[in-house]
Every structure is written in structure tokens, then in C-alpha cells.
Design a protein around this ligand. Structure first.
Ligand code: ADP
Length: 217
């Protein structure tokens, strides 16, 4: 079991913290925003309000006892860099830092940060890989791993009922609508007969959609 400190409990920092907790690690979450600290107080091992641009406040956190410190401050690049400089002078060795731009990446690497994370890029690549099937026309992420995808129905499935296409798939997949030229059927029933070139708009977890999409082509 590792000891992790996560500075900044925004979307990225909180998701990383909760995942680390799930994996059985101990996590200290730090943020200036009392509402966020309050929100995660019960879910993390410790959650404290502190401004990490203040070296005194940082020192009080006793971060040298942690295996890894993850700086997950996104937008405020100045705060993130100041925090890194202070952590370095406190002798913190294993630092992971979220970077939002190339300039920030460059500065962080000059500061000797061991791991620079680009979540937006990494997520973008992951999503592209996961959904890079020719039959997926378009998709939007709606958070929590849920996506809405638009998939073309192939000639092979002409005349097949929707139930055949979704056979064996979990209930967590929702067919929101079927588009046939200009006609739209919202929440099509299971016995809805598909035509070649229909467009299906589905909602579900990325992992599940990955299994279904190739069956439609
Ligand atoms: P995300 O895109 O991951 O949501 P944000 O930039 O929105 O990233 O969130 C970063 C978090 O870092 C915010 O919750 C913010 O309150 C926190 N934060 C920003 N500056 C400091 C600071 N000086 N000390 C501690 N936490 C900070």
C-alpha cells in the first residue's frame, strides 16, 4: 500500500485520488477550496485546506512522508510551478505534475520533475484508439466513462430487429434514437426493424460500446 498526496482536487486530481483509494492506497488530498475538501473528506484518508503556493503551509503538510506527490493544479500554471519549486526545495523526490501546455512542460522538465502528465492528450489518444472504428461516425464524452456514439448500420443488418443487434449486451447500453434519412425514431422498441444505412445513436460505457460498435458494421 502506497502513500500518495494529491494537490488540487479538481476533476483530474479527484479522479486520481478516488482511483488510488479504490486500489487500497492512502491518499492525502489538498485544495484551497473548502467545498472540495469537504466533498472528499469522507472518501480520502485525509483532506486538508491549504494554499500550496505558501511554502510554510506546504511544509506543514509533511509531504516528505509520502511515496509520491501528484500536483494536479490545472488552470493556474503559476500556482502549479510555484508549488513544484517549493516541493523541490523541501527535497520531495517523486513528483508527478499535470501539465497544461508545452511551455509548462518545458519548465517542469528543467525543474527535474520525474513525471509530467498530460491528461487531456492522453485521454484524447485513449479515446481515439478505443473508438477508432470506421463505423463510429461521431461521439461525445459525457463524463464518468459514458459516451454517446453515432454508428452506421451496415447492409448486412438490413431487416434485422434491434433486439438481434443488442442480444447479449448489458442493459447499460441505451439506444437513444435511430435516424433514417430525415426520419427520427426516439427510443426505438426492441422489435424495431433496422434498415441498411440507418444511423443508431447509443449511450453507454466506453468499454461496452467498444464491443457493440463492431457488431453493427
Ligand atoms: P481540473 O481540470 O483537473 O478540474 P482545475 O485547474 O480546475 O483542474 O483544478 C485544480 C484544483 O487545484 C482546483 O480545485 C483548485 O482549487 C486547486 N488549486 C488551485 N490553486 C491552488 C493552490 N495554490 N493550492 C491548493 N490548491 C489549489
Amino acid at each position: 500500500m502506497g502513500q500518495f498526496a494529491v494537490i488540487g482536487l479538481g476533476r483530474f486530481g479527484s479522479a486520481a485520488s478516488l482511483e488510488l483509494m479504490k486500489m487500497g492506497h492512502s491518499v492525502l488530498g489538498v485544495d484551497t477550496n473548502p467545498k472540495l475538501v469537504d466533498k472528499y473528506a469522507d472518501e480520502l484518508t485525509h483532506a486538508v485546506i491549504a494554499d500550496v503556493t505558501d511554502p510554510g503551509a506546504l511544509e506543514e503538510l509533511g509531504l516528505d512522508n509520502y511515496d509520491v506527490v501528484l500536483v494536479a493544479i490545472g488552470e493556474d500554471i503559476q500556482a502549479s510551478l510555484l508549488c513544484v519549486v517549493h516541493l523541490k526545495s523541501l527535497g520531495i523526490q517523486t513528483l508527478w505534475v499535470k501539465a497544461s501546455s508545452h511551455a509548462q512542460h518545458l519548465i517542469l522538465s528543467k525543474l527535474g520533475v520525474s513525471r509530467i502528465v498530460h491528461p487531456e492528450e492522453e485521454m484524447g489518444i485513449r479515446v481515439a484508439q478505443a473508438l477508432s472504428y470506421p463505423m463510429v461516425n461521431d461521439y461525445i464524452s459525457i463524463g464518468n466513462g459514458e459516451f454517446v456514439v453515432e454508428v452506421d448500420i451496415s447492409d448486412r443488418l438490413n431487416g434485422a430487429p434491434l433486439s438481434q443487434v443488442l442480444a447479449g449486451e448489458p442493459d447499460s447500453i441505451h439506444v437513444l434514437l435511430v435516424k433514417r434519412k430525415t426520419q427520427i425514431t426516439v427510443h426505438p422498441p426492441n422489435d424495431f426493424i433496422l434498415h441498411a444505412k440507418d444511423i443508431l445513436v447509443m449511450l453507454g460505457q466506453l468499454a461496452t460500446l467498444k464491443n457493440v460498435a463492431p457488431k453493427l458494421a
